[in-house]
Design a protein around this ligand. Structure first.
Ligand code: SAM
Length: 287
């Protein structure tokens, strides 16, 4: 039975270890059992599953995951939480805690070692300061994965669901996965209370992306170039990108060929249009 996921159990553990919250690590711990149950339920976790949890904190969600999954791998950056996790997770023999920065972990290798390369499920109450690199990293590195069920800032979840894009993250999500908001979560469900609203979103990975491109990495270089320099035209952004060997004029020509104004901005294009542009420019450069 989970002992955390409520204010009393959480405060008791925090006091026992005299824990100091680290703002720089985005530490807001869940204290609402209904939300925790909802997350585990919507991630559709079974005893067959290997779950990667990013940022277990004091082990609140880890306890819920350990009850439902076959195996849980939890990666936590803050070393002062490790003795706490040893305590709160002591009833479970199916949890491995790794004290590491998730952005430095070779997740591909981890999945190979711990789950024989079979797809994992990622479940996390994410540290909001690194939402984008975590999600982009998981998708772009082609870690074998079935779904990502995560708590993120409300606005970020809303943006991931729209079909007209507003940024590189929304486009990456549309390319790789079907997003579905599972719940909106108020600040009162955490200790300490965050100063933004939150939402749980489930990203179910597609077997095949909805658009076809000659080179996926090239598509995302183009998307990054478009949104790294938001105030510039798309052609300028591409022309200035160090990792795309295409000048501004060439980019303008490609845009005009596809029926866009040469001064169009990145946010005006849909994923389908970015895919067409990427194929056109790729063809111009590499033939
Ligand atoms: N899962 C816990 C819960 O739901 O109560 C804690 C969630 S809290 C929002 C985010 C957690 O991620 C914190 O424990 C924090 O220390 C950890 N964290 C922050 N940056 C991290 C990183 N780069 N790698 C791994 N863990 C990180």
């Amino acid at each position: 039975m989970p002992t955390l996921g409520n204010p009393t159990g959480t405060i008791e553990i925090l006091k026992k270890y005299n824990f100091n919250f680290q703002k720089r690590f985005g530490q807001n711990f869940l204290i609402d059992s209904h939300i925790l149950e909802k997350i585990v339920e919507s991630a559709e976790i079974t005893k067959e599953d290997c779950v990667l949890e990013i940022g277990p904190g004091i082990g609140t969600m880890t306890q819920y995951l350990a009850e439902s999954a076959g195996q849980v791998i939890a990666v936590e950056i803050d070393k002062s939480l490790i003795p706490i996790l040893e305590d709160t997770l002591s009833p479970y023999d199916n949890v491995t805690v790794i004290n590491e920065d998730i952005l430095k972990v070779d997740i591909q290798k981890l999945v190979e070692e711990q789950n024989a390369g079979k797809p994992i499920k990622v479940v996390a109450n994410l540290p909001y300061y690194i939402t984008t690199p975590i999600i982009m990293g998981l998708f772009e590195s082609h870690v074998p994965l079935d779904s990502i069920t995560i708590m993120v800032q409300k606005e970020v979840a809303d943006r991931m669901q729209v079909t007209k894009d507003y940024g590189a993250l929304s486009l990456a999500v549309q390319y790789y996965a079907k997003p579905e908001i599972v719940a909106y979560v108020s600040p009162g469900c955490f200790i300490p209370k965050p100063n933004v609203g939150s939402a749980v979103i489930r990203l179910k990975r597609y077997d095949r992306p909805p658009v076809e491109v000659r080179d996926e990495a090239f598509l995302f270089r183009l998307i990054r170039a478009a949104f790294n320099q938001r105030r510039k035209t798309l052609a300028n952004g591409i022309g200035n990108a160090g990792d795309i060997p295409c000048g501004r004029e060439q980019a303008q020509e490609a845009l005009e060929k596809l029926g866009f104004s040469p001064s169009v901005r990145g946010e005006a294009l849909t994923l389908q249009e970015f895919a067409l542009l990427s194929n056109e420019i790729y063809y111009k450069i590499y033939g």
